[in-house]
Structures are given as C-alpha cells and as structure tokens.
Design a protein around this ligand. Structure first.
Ligand code: FO1
Length: 315
C-alpha cells in the first residue's frame, strides 16, 4: 500500500500503536484521529486526556509508569493546591499543566481544538497529524448503579468501582468530524483504517458513533482492521475487561470481534489467543495472529507493520 492510513485511537494502548504506525509511515501518510469523549473542564482548564496521551507518546515523552501525563513529571502545583485546600483527585503535573494552560489560552482566543492540537503537537516536534475526532464537545457519561457519572469522575475519582451499566456520548448524534478526520475519510488515497487497541466501549465507540464516521464505515471501500485490546481474557491496561464483564460481553478477543461485528473486516489477535481465530473467522471477519503486547517502540513498529500487511491483504 502506498496510500494513506487513518488510525483511530484512545488511551494508552491506542497511543502505543499510533506511535508504531508513525514509526513506519511518512508524516503525509498517517492521520491519528483521537477520542475526545473523556475530555472535561477541571479547575477551569480544558483537559483532553486521550489527545495528550497520543501526543506525549508520539513525542516520546509519555510517562511510562502511568500511561498518561509526562515522563519526569514534578508535582509542585498539586502540592500547592493541596496546601490551599483545592481538589487533588485529578492529578495535574507541572509539565502537563503547561499543556492545559496553553490549550485554554488558544481556545479562549477562538482557536479550534484541532488548531490547538496542531500547535501543541508541532511544538513537541511531532510531524504526523494528530486530530481530535471532533472540534465540538462530546462527553462520555457513565450510567452506574450509583447514578450518572461524568467519565473522569467514574474513571479517576471513583476508580471505576461503581458497576458501569451503560455509556452515553452526549451530543454524539449532532457532531461533525474534525476537519482532519473528515479529510482523512474523504482522501481518495486512503488505503485502510486501523482501529488501535483502545477500549472499544469508551475510547473507540465515540469515534465510530460520529454519524459521518458511522456512514463511512457502513459504505466503506477500504478495509477496516482492529487490534484486540483484550489478550488472554484480560485488558493490558485499564478497565476494558471489567466493563465487558459488567456489560455481559465475553471478555476475550472473540468478544471484541462480536462487539465490532460488521464494522470491521479483520481483527489482529495475540498469539495466546490463536485458538480463537477459527471462531472469529466463522463470524465472518478475517483474523490475524501476531504479538500484540507492545513493550517498547520496536514492538509497536512490528505490530504496525503486521497490521498494515494484514489490511493490505484484505483490500
Ligand atoms: N488518570 C488517573 O487515574 N488519575 C489521575 O490523576 C489522572 C490525571 C490525568 C491528568 C491528565 C491526563 O491527560 C490524564 C490523566 N489521567 C489520570 C488519565 C485519564 O483519566 C485517562 O487517560 C483517560 O481519560 C482514559 O483513557
């Protein structure tokens, strides 16, 4: 394939494969469209966790321990906030804080989230396109057995303890894709769409739920391949397996295949799940077995190449 690739990404797992794709594709050939359903306003600042995780990961500055925020972070701001009796449940590191403050100023001056993202990613030396799924706000809310919680309240403040019943994405039916995502979808050179190994329920669902994206998938002329975020029945990171169990989904790569269904043409699964390939293929989609656990950049690039070759075979 010599055309362009559109990657759909959410949090940590998605960002790692996005970095692998950026490592093997020239800047002009890759657009990474990122979930913004996790975004919220905190202490007057516009927080875009998945955009920041993808940006920091592509810049090689992500905090490897937490998966979010910046490596080598210091916490003087948080200590001072605590001394003054402020909220500290959502931790803003000193370097990460600069991103939120500058994004705040750009948005206040009328820049779109796409423009602010371009400016921040450019300043970090990133040459591949990172775009929000939309420049209009979409908010993921979680209906739990304790009532409706905004996503970060559920995910961070409550540590996903409440039983998650359903996820809703406010405004999703009325938002347009960002200009960068719309351009990628309309690109006559588009070769494939890669759904990165992010949480299908909260990180990928908002992107696929944007009407123009859902319409593209429905009428697609290019292969859509996903990489399973569930390996050996467990999520590599985050609460995807717990959520799947609570939603009554089968917590396995086959459960992921069932969840995506006809919206994808192929699923990349890990070697430990190779025995599931026949069942996945029986459901009507192609399966490709590879090492999908990305421990370093080389793993990410290898998985990116495997995924691109798999997609090329489905064209
Ligand atoms: N996750 C946490 O579990 N605790 C935090 O204090 C926290 C702070 C934080 C700050 C900035 C940011 O971009 C992300 C942050 N995250 C934190 C992660 C965030 O909740 C998740 O990355 C996404 O929302 C899930 O994909």
């Amino acid at each position: 394939m010599t055309g362009t690739i559109l990657a759909l990404a959410g949090g940590v797992g998605g960002a790692k494969l996005a970095r692998g794709l950026a490592g093997v594709l020239d800047p002009g050939r890759l657009t990474v469209a990122v979930n913004t359903g996790d975004d919220f306003e905190h202490m007057g600042l516009p927080i875009s966790p998945d955009l920041d995780t993808v940006m920091y990961t592509l810049a090689g500055r992500a905090n490897p321990d937490t998966g979010w925020g910046v490596a080598g972070e210091t916490w003087s701001f948080m200590e001072a906030v605590e001394d003054l009796g402020g909220d500290t449940w959502f931790r803003l590191g000193d370097r990460d804080l600069a991103t939120h403050v500058l994004r705040r100023r750009m948005l206040d001056r009328g820049k779109t989230l796409s423009e602010a993202t371009d400016a921040l990613a450019g300043a970090l030396g990133i040459r591949h396109r990172i775009v929000p799924m939309s420049d209009r706000p979409v908010r993921t809310v979680v209906e739990t057995d304790e009532g409706t919680l905004p996503f970060q309240d559920y995910f961070v403040r409550r540590r996903c303890e409440p039983r998650s019943l359903t996820f809703r994405f406010e405004n999703i039916d009325s938002v347009d894709p960002s200009p960068g995502l719309a351009a990628a979808l309309a690109d006559p050179e588009l070769d494939a769409v890669v759904v990165c190994p992010s949480n299908p329920y909260v990180s990928v669902a908002p992107i696929l739920g944007i009407p123009a994206v859902a319409g593209f998938i429905e009428a697609r002329k290019v292969p859509v391949v996903a990489v399973s975020p569930i390996v050996g029945g467990r999520a590599i990171k985050g609460p995807a397996a717990k959520m799947m169990a609570e939603l009554g989904a089968e917590t396995s790569a086959l459960g992921i295949a069932t969840h995506y269904g006809a919206r994808i043409d192929g699923l990349v699964i890990d070697e430990v799940d190779a025995a599931l390939a026949p069942d996945i293929e029986a459901s009507g989609m192609a399966a490709h077995v590879a090492r999908t656990v990305m421990r370093n950049e080389e793993d990410s690039r290898d998985l990116a190449l495997e995924t691109l070759a798999f997609a090329a075979g489905l064209r």
